[in-house]
Design a protein around this ligand. Sequence first.
Ligand SMILES: Cc1cc2nc3c(=O)[nH]c(=O)nc-3n(C[C@H](O)[C@H](O)[C@H](O)COP(=O)(O)OP(=O)(O)OC[C@H]3O[C@@H](n4cnc5c(N)ncnc54)[C@H](O)[C@@H]3O)c2cc1C
Length: 435
Amino acid sequence: MMNIMMGNKKKEHPDVIVVGGGAAGMFCAALASETGLDVALLEQNEKLGKKLFITGKGRCNFTNACSPEEFRSNVVTNPKFLYSASEALCSQDVIDLFERWGLRTKVERGRRAFPASDHSSDVIAVLEKRLHAGNVKISLHTRVLKLLTAADHKDSFEAAGVEYERGGMRERLYAKHVVLATGGLSYPSTGATGDGYRFAREVGLEVTKLSPSLVPINCKEEYVKALQGLSLKNVELRVHRGKKLLFSEFGELLFTHFGISGPLVLSASAVLGRELEKGSLPAEIDLKPAVLREQLDARFVRVFSENPKKAVKNVLPEFYPAKLCALMPGLAGIADELRCCDISKLQRETLLTLTKALPLTLSSLRGYNEAVITKGGIAVREIDPRTMEAKRVKGLYTIGEVLDVDAYTGGYNLQIAWCTAAACARQLAKAYGLA
Ligand SMILES: Cc1cc2nc3c(=O)[nH]c(=O)nc-3n(C[C@H](O)[C@H](O)[C@H](O)COP(=O)(O)OP(=O)(O)OC[C@H]3O[C@@H](n4cnc5c(N)ncnc54)[C@H](O)[C@@H]3O)c2cc1C
Protein backbone atom coordinates (compact mmCIF):
# COMPACT_ATOMS: atom_id res chain seq x y z
CA MET A 1 0.00 0.00 0.00
CA MET A 2 1.19 3.58 -0.58
CA ASN A 3 3.08 5.43 2.11
CA ILE A 4 0.19 7.45 3.44
CA MET A 5 -1.40 4.23 4.57
CA MET A 6 1.61 2.87 6.36
CA GLY A 7 1.85 4.56 9.77
CA ASN A 8 -0.73 3.33 12.26
CA LYS A 9 -2.45 1.12 9.72
CA LYS A 10 -6.06 0.63 10.78
CA LYS A 11 -7.71 -0.44 7.57
CA GLU A 12 -7.01 -0.39 3.90
CA HIS A 13 -8.90 2.73 2.83
CA PRO A 14 -9.20 6.02 4.62
CA ASP A 15 -12.71 7.25 5.40
CA VAL A 16 -12.03 10.51 3.60
CA ILE A 17 -9.55 11.75 1.02
CA VAL A 18 -9.00 15.50 1.02
CA VAL A 19 -7.42 16.78 -2.20
CA GLY A 20 -5.45 19.99 -1.60
CA GLY A 21 -3.61 21.05 1.53
CA GLY A 22 -4.48 24.72 1.44
CA ALA A 23 -6.67 26.67 3.86
CA ALA A 24 -9.91 24.79 3.19
CA GLY A 25 -8.33 21.33 2.88
CA MET A 26 -6.28 21.59 6.07
CA PHE A 27 -9.20 22.99 8.06
CA CYS A 28 -11.58 20.30 6.84
CA ALA A 29 -9.07 17.50 7.45
CA ALA A 30 -8.33 18.81 10.95
CA LEU A 31 -12.01 19.04 11.91
CA ALA A 32 -12.95 15.70 10.36
CA SER A 33 -10.04 13.91 12.07
CA GLU A 34 -11.05 15.43 15.41
CA THR A 35 -14.33 13.50 15.19
CA GLY A 36 -12.40 10.28 14.81
CA LEU A 37 -12.43 9.90 11.02
CA ASP A 38 -9.47 8.40 9.23
CA VAL A 39 -8.40 11.18 6.85
CA ALA A 40 -5.81 11.26 4.06
CA LEU A 41 -4.69 14.69 2.86
CA LEU A 42 -3.01 14.84 -0.54
CA GLU A 43 -1.03 17.92 -1.55
CA GLN A 44 1.03 18.33 -4.67
CA ASN A 45 3.45 20.86 -3.18
CA GLU A 46 6.43 20.09 -0.97
CA LYS A 47 4.60 21.69 1.95
CA LEU A 48 1.11 22.59 3.13
CA GLY A 49 -0.50 26.01 2.95
CA LYS A 50 1.74 27.69 0.38
CA LYS A 51 -0.89 30.28 -0.51
CA LEU A 52 -1.93 30.75 3.09
CA PHE A 53 1.69 31.67 3.79
CA ILE A 54 1.55 34.71 1.48
CA THR A 55 -1.89 35.91 2.55
CA GLY A 56 -2.24 39.37 4.07
CA LYS A 57 1.30 40.25 2.93
CA GLY A 58 2.63 37.39 5.05
CA ARG A 59 0.47 38.35 8.06
CA CYS A 60 -2.63 36.31 7.11
CA ASN A 61 -5.82 38.26 7.53
CA PHE A 62 -7.55 35.01 8.40
CA THR A 63 -11.09 36.30 8.91
CA ASN A 64 -13.12 39.43 9.53
CA ALA A 65 -14.64 39.81 12.98
CA CYS A 66 -18.11 40.69 11.70
CA SER A 67 -21.57 39.17 11.90
CA PRO A 68 -22.63 36.46 9.43
CA GLU A 69 -24.89 39.03 7.68
CA GLU A 70 -22.02 41.46 7.23
CA PHE A 71 -19.81 38.64 6.04
CA ARG A 72 -22.35 37.73 3.36
CA SER A 73 -22.71 41.38 2.33
CA ASN A 74 -18.99 41.27 1.50
CA VAL A 75 -19.37 38.16 -0.64
CA VAL A 76 -19.62 39.31 -4.25
CA THR A 77 -20.76 36.09 -5.93
CA ASN A 78 -23.46 33.76 -4.55
CA PRO A 79 -23.65 35.06 -0.96
CA LYS A 80 -26.95 33.17 -0.40
CA PHE A 81 -25.21 29.87 -1.03
CA LEU A 82 -23.08 30.59 2.06
CA TYR A 83 -26.03 31.30 4.35
CA SER A 84 -26.11 27.99 6.17
CA ALA A 85 -22.32 27.47 6.32
CA SER A 86 -21.64 30.99 7.58
CA GLU A 87 -24.37 30.81 10.22
CA ALA A 88 -23.00 27.50 11.45
CA LEU A 89 -19.40 28.75 11.64
CA CYS A 90 -19.25 32.53 11.88
CA SER A 91 -16.07 34.62 12.02
CA GLN A 92 -16.11 34.76 15.81
CA ASP A 93 -16.30 30.95 15.90
CA VAL A 94 -13.22 30.85 13.68
CA ILE A 95 -11.33 33.25 15.95
CA ASP A 96 -12.37 31.27 19.05
CA LEU A 97 -11.41 27.99 17.43
CA PHE A 98 -7.96 29.19 16.40
CA GLU A 99 -7.46 30.62 19.90
CA ARG A 100 -8.47 27.29 21.40
CA TRP A 101 -6.01 25.59 19.09
CA GLY A 102 -3.26 27.80 20.51
CA LEU A 103 -3.09 30.72 18.08
CA ARG A 104 -3.05 34.15 19.70
CA THR A 105 -5.07 36.52 17.54
CA LYS A 106 -5.77 40.23 17.21
CA VAL A 107 -8.33 42.35 15.40
CA GLU A 108 -7.23 45.47 13.55
CA ARG A 109 -8.82 48.35 11.66
CA GLY A 110 -11.78 47.22 9.56
CA ARG A 111 -12.21 44.26 11.97
CA ARG A 112 -9.53 42.33 10.12
CA ALA A 113 -8.31 39.42 12.23
CA PHE A 114 -4.64 38.41 12.20
CA PRO A 115 -2.39 36.16 14.26
CA ALA A 116 -1.00 38.31 17.09
CA SER A 117 2.52 37.49 15.89
CA ASP A 118 1.80 38.92 12.41
CA HIS A 119 3.15 35.67 10.96
CA SER A 120 0.97 33.60 8.62
CA SER A 121 3.31 30.70 9.39
CA ASP A 122 1.74 30.53 12.86
CA VAL A 123 -1.69 29.89 11.35
CA ILE A 124 -0.21 27.10 9.24
CA ALA A 125 1.67 25.69 12.24
CA VAL A 126 -1.53 25.53 14.31
CA LEU A 127 -3.37 23.75 11.50
CA GLU A 128 -0.50 21.29 11.04
CA LYS A 129 -0.52 20.57 14.76
CA ARG A 130 -4.21 19.70 14.57
CA LEU A 131 -3.61 17.46 11.55
CA HIS A 132 -0.94 15.56 13.46
CA ALA A 133 -3.12 15.38 16.57
CA GLY A 134 -5.90 13.89 14.42
CA ASN A 135 -3.46 11.42 12.88
CA VAL A 136 -4.23 12.70 9.38
CA LYS A 137 -2.06 10.95 6.81
CA ILE A 138 -0.43 13.78 4.94
CA SER A 139 1.05 12.98 1.58
CA LEU A 140 3.10 15.78 0.01
CA HIS A 141 4.48 15.84 -3.56
CA THR A 142 1.26 14.05 -4.46
CA ARG A 143 -0.65 15.38 -7.41
CA VAL A 144 -4.12 14.07 -7.92
CA LEU A 145 -4.75 13.40 -11.60
CA LYS A 146 -8.39 12.41 -11.62
CA LEU A 147 -11.38 11.54 -9.50
CA LEU A 148 -12.55 7.96 -9.49
CA THR A 149 -16.27 7.41 -9.45
CA ALA A 150 -18.56 4.46 -9.54
CA ALA A 151 -21.86 4.57 -11.39
CA ASP A 152 -24.68 4.83 -8.87
CA HIS A 153 -27.88 5.26 -10.84
CA LYS A 154 -28.39 6.18 -14.46
CA ASP A 155 -27.16 9.78 -14.28
CA SER A 156 -25.43 9.93 -10.96
CA PHE A 157 -22.17 8.71 -9.56
CA GLU A 158 -20.54 7.95 -6.26
CA ALA A 159 -17.07 9.10 -5.33
CA ALA A 160 -14.76 6.13 -5.16
CA GLY A 161 -11.30 7.62 -4.76
CA VAL A 162 -8.55 9.37 -6.69
CA GLU A 163 -5.74 8.57 -9.05
CA TYR A 164 -2.56 10.43 -8.22
CA GLU A 165 1.04 10.77 -9.23
CA ARG A 166 3.89 10.69 -6.75
CA GLY A 167 7.58 10.35 -7.48
CA GLY A 168 6.87 9.45 -11.08
CA MET A 169 4.46 6.65 -10.10
CA ARG A 170 0.74 6.59 -10.80
CA GLU A 171 -1.32 5.07 -8.03
CA ARG A 172 -4.87 4.91 -6.78
CA LEU A 173 -6.35 5.52 -3.39
CA TYR A 174 -9.91 4.57 -2.64
CA ALA A 175 -12.41 6.16 -0.27
CA LYS A 176 -16.16 6.66 -0.18
CA HIS A 177 -15.74 10.36 0.54
CA VAL A 178 -13.54 12.69 -1.49
CA VAL A 179 -13.21 16.39 -0.72
CA LEU A 180 -12.05 18.72 -3.48
CA ALA A 181 -10.16 21.61 -1.90
CA THR A 182 -7.93 22.45 -4.83
CA GLY A 183 -8.39 26.24 -4.82
CA GLY A 184 -8.40 28.44 -7.92
CA LEU A 185 -6.02 29.72 -10.57
CA SER A 186 -4.50 32.79 -8.99
CA TYR A 187 -0.83 32.88 -7.99
CA PRO A 188 0.06 29.69 -9.91
CA SER A 189 3.38 29.46 -8.02
CA THR A 190 1.42 28.39 -4.93
CA GLY A 191 0.04 25.32 -6.69
CA ALA A 192 -3.04 26.95 -8.19
CA THR A 193 -3.34 24.78 -11.27
CA GLY A 194 -7.10 24.80 -11.72
CA ASP A 195 -7.07 20.99 -11.59
CA GLY A 196 -10.18 20.96 -9.43
CA TYR A 197 -12.25 22.59 -12.17
CA ARG A 198 -11.17 19.86 -14.60
CA PHE A 199 -11.98 17.11 -12.08
CA ALA A 200 -15.42 18.61 -11.54
CA ARG A 201 -16.13 18.84 -15.28
CA GLU A 202 -14.95 15.27 -15.80
CA VAL A 203 -17.58 13.98 -13.39
CA GLY A 204 -20.26 16.09 -15.05
CA LEU A 205 -20.42 19.13 -12.76
CA GLU A 206 -20.89 22.56 -14.29
CA VAL A 207 -18.06 25.05 -13.85
CA THR A 208 -18.92 28.70 -14.43
CA LYS A 209 -16.72 31.13 -16.34
CA LEU A 210 -13.38 31.69 -14.63
CA SER A 211 -11.52 34.99 -14.42
CA PRO A 212 -8.98 36.71 -12.20
CA SER A 213 -10.45 38.95 -9.50
CA LEU A 214 -9.21 41.24 -6.74
CA VAL A 215 -6.60 42.21 -9.27
CA PRO A 216 -5.03 45.46 -10.56
CA ILE A 217 -6.46 47.11 -13.68
CA ASN A 218 -4.73 48.18 -16.91
CA CYS A 219 -5.39 51.76 -18.08
CA LYS A 220 -5.01 53.33 -21.52
CA GLU A 221 -3.62 56.71 -20.45
CA GLU A 222 0.13 57.11 -20.84
CA TYR A 223 0.22 59.54 -17.93
CA VAL A 224 -0.20 56.76 -15.36
CA LYS A 225 3.45 55.85 -16.01
CA ALA A 226 4.52 59.26 -14.71
CA LEU A 227 2.54 58.60 -11.53
CA GLN A 228 3.96 55.11 -10.96
CA GLY A 229 4.50 54.45 -7.26
CA LEU A 230 2.14 57.21 -6.12
CA SER A 231 -0.27 56.01 -3.47
CA LEU A 232 -3.35 58.11 -2.76
CA LYS A 233 -5.37 57.60 0.41
CA ASN A 234 -9.02 58.64 0.70
CA VAL A 235 -9.78 59.19 -2.95
CA GLU A 236 -12.98 58.21 -4.73
CA LEU A 237 -13.00 56.00 -7.81
CA ARG A 238 -16.09 56.17 -10.01
CA VAL A 239 -16.69 54.00 -13.06
CA HIS A 240 -19.52 54.38 -15.57
CA ARG A 241 -20.93 52.60 -18.58
CA GLY A 242 -22.89 55.31 -20.37
CA LYS A 243 -25.10 56.88 -17.72
CA LYS A 244 -24.99 53.83 -15.47
CA LEU A 245 -22.74 54.10 -12.43
CA LEU A 246 -21.02 50.72 -12.12
CA PHE A 247 -18.73 51.42 -9.20
CA SER A 248 -18.18 54.23 -6.75
CA GLU A 249 -16.13 53.85 -3.58
CA PHE A 250 -13.62 55.64 -1.38
CA GLY A 251 -10.26 54.22 -0.41
CA GLU A 252 -6.62 53.84 -1.24
CA LEU A 253 -5.37 53.71 -4.82
CA LEU A 254 -1.90 53.11 -6.19
CA PHE A 255 -0.58 54.07 -9.64
CA THR A 256 1.61 51.53 -11.42
CA HIS A 257 3.43 51.41 -14.76
CA PHE A 258 0.39 49.74 -16.37
CA GLY A 259 -2.52 51.42 -14.58
CA ILE A 260 -3.97 51.30 -11.09
CA SER A 261 -3.86 49.00 -8.09
CA GLY A 262 -4.41 49.19 -4.32
CA PRO A 263 -7.35 48.12 -2.12
CA LEU A 264 -9.89 50.38 -3.84
CA VAL A 265 -8.97 49.02 -7.27
CA LEU A 266 -9.02 45.40 -6.12
CA SER A 267 -12.59 45.94 -4.91
CA ALA A 268 -13.48 47.56 -8.23
CA SER A 269 -12.05 44.59 -10.12
CA ALA A 270 -14.41 42.25 -8.27
CA VAL A 271 -17.45 43.98 -9.76
CA LEU A 272 -16.05 45.28 -13.07
CA GLY A 273 -14.44 42.12 -14.48
CA ARG A 274 -17.42 41.00 -16.54
CA GLU A 275 -18.08 44.58 -17.74
CA LEU A 276 -14.49 44.99 -18.90
CA GLU A 277 -14.83 41.89 -21.05
CA LYS A 278 -17.37 43.89 -23.09
CA GLY A 279 -14.92 46.75 -23.65
CA SER A 280 -13.02 49.51 -21.90
CA LEU A 281 -14.71 51.66 -19.29
CA PRO A 282 -14.37 55.37 -18.53
CA ALA A 283 -13.46 56.09 -14.93
CA GLU A 284 -12.59 59.13 -12.85
CA ILE A 285 -10.74 59.70 -9.64
CA ASP A 286 -11.92 62.37 -7.23
CA LEU A 287 -8.66 63.43 -5.63
CA LYS A 288 -10.45 65.54 -3.00
CA PRO A 289 -13.74 63.78 -2.28
CA ALA A 290 -14.17 65.49 1.09
CA VAL A 291 -14.11 68.98 -0.46
CA LEU A 292 -16.93 70.40 -2.56
CA ARG A 293 -16.05 71.81 -5.97
CA GLU A 294 -16.98 75.35 -4.84
CA GLN A 295 -14.86 75.08 -1.71
CA LEU A 296 -11.90 73.84 -3.72
CA ASP A 297 -12.34 76.65 -6.24
CA ALA A 298 -12.32 79.18 -3.40
CA ARG A 299 -9.05 77.67 -2.15
CA PHE A 300 -7.50 77.88 -5.63
CA VAL A 301 -8.56 81.53 -5.93
CA ARG A 302 -7.14 82.36 -2.49
CA VAL A 303 -3.78 80.59 -3.00
CA PHE A 304 -3.31 82.03 -6.51
CA SER A 305 -4.12 85.57 -5.36
CA GLU A 306 -1.84 85.29 -2.32
CA ASN A 307 1.09 84.25 -4.58
CA PRO A 308 0.65 86.36 -7.75
CA LYS A 309 4.29 86.30 -8.84
CA LYS A 310 4.89 82.60 -8.27
CA ALA A 311 4.61 80.08 -11.09
CA VAL A 312 1.37 78.06 -10.78
CA LYS A 313 3.38 74.84 -10.63
CA ASN A 314 5.15 76.14 -7.50
CA VAL A 315 1.96 76.59 -5.49
CA LEU A 316 0.46 73.26 -6.49
CA PRO A 317 2.18 71.40 -3.59
CA GLU A 318 -0.52 73.05 -1.45
CA PHE A 319 -2.97 70.80 -3.27
CA TYR A 320 -1.24 67.67 -4.55
CA PRO A 321 1.64 65.28 -3.86
CA ALA A 322 4.82 65.87 -5.92
CA LYS A 323 4.11 63.49 -8.80
CA LEU A 324 0.70 65.05 -9.41
CA CYS A 325 2.19 68.56 -9.19
CA ALA A 326 4.47 67.66 -12.07
CA LEU A 327 1.59 66.22 -14.12
CA MET A 328 -1.39 68.49 -13.51
CA PRO A 329 -0.22 71.68 -15.29
CA GLY A 330 0.37 69.73 -18.51
CA LEU A 331 -3.05 68.04 -18.32
CA ALA A 332 -4.71 71.39 -17.61
CA GLY A 333 -2.89 73.18 -20.46
CA ILE A 334 -0.97 75.42 -18.06
CA ALA A 335 2.46 76.48 -19.35
CA ASP A 336 5.43 75.72 -17.14
CA GLU A 337 6.18 79.33 -16.21
CA LEU A 338 2.63 80.66 -16.08
CA ARG A 339 2.31 82.91 -13.01
CA CYS A 340 -0.59 82.68 -10.61
CA CYS A 341 -1.75 86.19 -11.50
CA ASP A 342 -1.99 85.17 -15.17
CA ILE A 343 -4.04 81.98 -14.80
CA SER A 344 -7.32 82.22 -16.68
CA LYS A 345 -10.70 81.21 -15.29
CA LEU A 346 -10.86 78.42 -17.85
CA GLN A 347 -7.45 77.08 -16.79
CA ARG A 348 -8.45 77.21 -13.13
CA GLU A 349 -11.70 75.43 -13.88
CA THR A 350 -9.89 72.77 -15.86
CA LEU A 351 -7.58 72.21 -12.91
CA LEU A 352 -10.63 72.00 -10.69
CA THR A 353 -12.33 69.47 -12.97
CA LEU A 354 -9.18 67.35 -13.13
CA THR A 355 -8.95 67.37 -9.35
CA LYS A 356 -12.56 66.31 -8.84
CA ALA A 357 -12.61 63.88 -11.78
CA LEU A 358 -9.17 62.84 -13.05
CA PRO A 359 -10.10 60.84 -16.17
CA LEU A 360 -8.91 57.31 -16.78
CA THR A 361 -9.85 54.59 -19.23
CA LEU A 362 -9.90 51.12 -17.72
CA SER A 363 -8.98 48.66 -20.45
CA SER A 364 -8.66 45.21 -18.82
CA LEU A 365 -7.93 43.30 -15.66
CA ARG A 366 -4.41 42.05 -15.00
CA GLY A 367 -3.82 38.30 -15.01
CA TYR A 368 -3.92 35.39 -12.56
CA ASN A 369 -0.28 36.03 -11.57
CA GLU A 370 -1.43 39.16 -9.78
CA ALA A 371 -4.95 38.17 -8.77
CA VAL A 372 -5.84 37.48 -5.15
CA ILE A 373 -8.64 35.13 -6.15
CA THR A 374 -10.43 33.44 -9.03
CA LYS A 375 -13.96 34.47 -9.87
CA GLY A 376 -16.18 31.64 -11.06
CA GLY A 377 -15.85 27.96 -10.21
CA ILE A 378 -17.98 24.90 -9.55
CA ALA A 379 -21.58 26.06 -10.01
CA VAL A 380 -23.27 26.35 -6.64
CA ARG A 381 -26.47 24.81 -7.97
CA GLU A 382 -24.52 21.55 -8.20
CA ILE A 383 -23.72 21.63 -4.48
CA ASP A 384 -25.82 21.19 -1.32
CA PRO A 385 -25.11 24.40 0.64
CA ARG A 386 -25.53 22.70 4.03
CA THR A 387 -23.06 19.90 3.39
CA MET A 388 -20.96 20.95 0.37
CA GLU A 389 -21.74 17.57 -1.19
CA ALA A 390 -22.25 17.45 -4.95
CA LYS A 391 -25.90 16.71 -5.62
CA ARG A 392 -25.12 14.38 -8.52
CA VAL A 393 -21.97 12.72 -7.19
CA LYS A 394 -22.58 11.13 -3.83
CA GLY A 395 -19.59 11.37 -1.53
CA LEU A 396 -17.89 14.18 -3.48
CA TYR A 397 -17.56 17.48 -1.61
CA THR A 398 -16.21 20.80 -2.86
CA ILE A 399 -14.95 23.50 -0.52
CA GLY A 400 -13.09 26.82 -0.63
CA GLU A 401 -12.09 28.78 -3.68
CA VAL A 402 -12.84 26.00 -6.18
CA LEU A 403 -16.52 26.90 -5.68
CA ASP A 404 -18.20 29.75 -7.55
CA VAL A 405 -18.08 32.10 -4.58
CA ASP A 406 -15.78 35.07 -4.03
CA ALA A 407 -15.60 38.02 -1.69
CA TYR A 408 -13.90 41.38 -1.21
CA THR A 409 -10.59 41.69 0.61
CA GLY A 410 -10.69 41.89 4.41
CA GLY A 411 -10.46 38.24 5.49
CA TYR A 412 -13.72 37.24 3.81
CA ASN A 413 -12.19 34.83 1.29
CA LEU A 414 -10.51 32.79 3.99
CA GLN A 415 -13.77 32.87 5.94
CA ILE A 416 -15.34 31.24 2.87
CA ALA A 417 -12.66 28.54 3.02
CA TRP A 418 -13.18 27.91 6.77
CA CYS A 419 -16.97 27.86 6.80
CA THR A 420 -17.38 25.66 3.72
CA ALA A 421 -14.71 23.29 5.10
CA ALA A 422 -16.51 23.09 8.45
CA ALA A 423 -19.87 22.37 6.79
CA CYS A 424 -18.24 19.51 4.91
CA ALA A 425 -16.48 18.15 8.02
CA ARG A 426 -19.78 18.12 9.94
CA GLN A 427 -21.43 16.15 7.15
CA LEU A 428 -18.55 13.67 7.00
CA ALA A 429 -18.89 13.03 10.72
CA LYS A 430 -22.65 12.57 10.29
CA ALA A 431 -22.13 10.11 7.47
CA TYR A 432 -20.19 7.92 9.90
CA GLY A 433 -22.58 8.50 12.79
CA LEU A 434 -19.98 10.52 14.66
CA ALA A 435 -21.97 13.72 15.06
C1 LIG B 1 -1.36 37.20 -2.47
C2 LIG B 1 -2.64 36.73 -1.82
C3 LIG B 1 -3.02 37.27 -0.61
C4 LIG B 1 -4.21 36.86 -0.01
N1 LIG B 1 -4.54 37.38 1.20
C5 LIG B 1 -5.70 37.01 1.79
C6 LIG B 1 -6.03 37.49 3.09
O1 LIG B 1 -5.23 38.15 3.76
N2 LIG B 1 -7.24 37.14 3.60
C7 LIG B 1 -8.12 36.33 2.91
O2 LIG B 1 -9.21 36.07 3.42
N3 LIG B 1 -7.80 35.81 1.71
C8 LIG B 1 -6.61 36.11 1.15
N4 LIG B 1 -6.27 35.56 -0.06
C9 LIG B 1 -7.19 34.56 -0.67
C10 LIG B 1 -6.99 33.20 0.01
O3 LIG B 1 -5.62 32.88 0.01
C11 LIG B 1 -7.78 32.11 -0.70
O4 LIG B 1 -9.12 32.50 -0.74
C12 LIG B 1 -7.64 30.78 0.03
O5 LIG B 1 -6.30 30.39 0.10
C13 LIG B 1 -8.45 29.69 -0.66
O6 LIG B 1 -8.27 28.50 0.05
P1 LIG B 1 -8.38 27.09 -0.67
O7 LIG B 1 -7.99 26.07 0.34
O8 LIG B 1 -9.66 26.97 -1.36
O9 LIG B 1 -7.25 27.13 -1.81
P2 LIG B 1 -5.66 27.15 -1.63
O10 LIG B 1 -5.29 27.78 -0.36
O11 LIG B 1 -5.14 27.73 -2.89
O12 LIG B 1 -5.26 25.62 -1.54
C14 LIG B 1 -5.43 24.72 -2.62
C15 LIG B 1 -4.37 23.65 -2.50
O13 LIG B 1 -4.69 22.58 -3.37
C16 LIG B 1 -3.49 22.08 -3.93
N5 LIG B 1 -3.81 21.38 -5.19
C17 LIG B 1 -4.36 21.91 -6.31
N6 LIG B 1 -4.50 20.97 -7.25
C18 LIG B 1 -4.03 19.82 -6.71
C19 LIG B 1 -3.90 18.49 -7.20
N7 LIG B 1 -4.28 18.15 -8.44
N8 LIG B 1 -3.37 17.54 -6.38
C20 LIG B 1 -2.96 17.85 -5.12
N9 LIG B 1 -3.06 19.10 -4.62
C21 LIG B 1 -3.59 20.07 -5.40
C22 LIG B 1 -2.67 23.34 -4.15
O14 LIG B 1 -1.30 23.03 -4.30
C23 LIG B 1 -2.99 24.13 -2.90
O15 LIG B 1 -2.08 23.88 -1.87
C24 LIG B 1 -5.06 35.91 -0.66
C25 LIG B 1 -4.65 35.36 -1.87
C26 LIG B 1 -3.45 35.75 -2.45
C27 LIG B 1 -3.04 35.13 -3.76
